[in-house]
Design a protein. Sequence first.
Length: 369
Amino acid sequence: MYLDYFSEGEGLAYLERCLIRAEPFIPFIARMLEEKNMPPELLYLPIIESAFRVDAFSRSGAAGLWQFMMNSIDPYDITVDVWRDDRRDFWKATEAALDKLQYNYNITGDWNLALAAYNCGLNRVKRTVASSGIRDYWELIDKELLPRETRNYIPKLAAVVLLCNSKGAHKLPLLWQSNMVWERIPIEKSVDIRRIASKSGMDEQLLLKAHSELNYGVTPPASSGYKLKVPAHYSSLIREILNEESDLLEFKRYSVQSGDTLSELAQWYRIPVNMIYEYNPGISSLHLRIGQVLLIPLVHSNIPDRKGIVSSGMADHWTGRYTVLEGDSLWGISRQFKTSPEELASGNRMPLNTVIMPGMILNVPASGD
């Protein structure tokens, strides 16, 4: 039945779309299966689970390529918080899914039962086997002892495997880049994925797709231990960019107005309030000062300005230069030049919490600026 469906018409078109979406990730999953000595047929399981959509989200709340539910992310290395949902991280979710499948196999002793357990739950399969005395998946489905979806799960996968293993004979695309190797790079600051793509010349949509777990297209704070995922042939270039560039997030400067609150500003710019705290260390929601300048990271590009936005022209056209001395701080230098620490940091394209060192040269207002 499934072999006929996926061999022609809409079924074949659906399978082709899945394979096109799978192209960046197939080599990664295949290598991981080989390293773990697991059945290569598992390569195609995300077609059944998610149609190979890294951003897939089911009506039951399952997410990502491997369709993890929130109640099944333990004990795996999957974090779900305001910044990210690692169920949509192709690397972490693949590691977790294969570990889960291997565990199911270790318990059941059979790959078909391990797959059935992935679909309907290991406890359900164990209870069914124990109550029926049947350990053969095909006999269990013949007797309709497993849920309907689980009875269709492996036949559907078997048809997909057969067709994908002989793509040319079934009019399926021969697209996969077998040399696509992904590498993870630890980062020590938040970065905007789009700016990384722009500065490296990488395809922006591919890089965003590889980081589908990010809720804002911006990586979490440095303390999170987050790692970028990049094609290996871009690794050296992106490491250089991370080491050298200080403007990997775009900011606007905002002068606090009467009645402003941090939570309302965060809601306006559609960012978590802790993101404002991160780029404005020492700020207090209870002691905002009218005229105090905040750095607001821009995560979304289509948000209208508020009244308090400070023109970028002033800092961008500072003509003065100041050489940092021993004991200097942004606060002290900003008072010397009648500006604010926030303005000084923004005018030098660096986070407010940057540690300045003697000998650094800063842009500052000259007497006529």
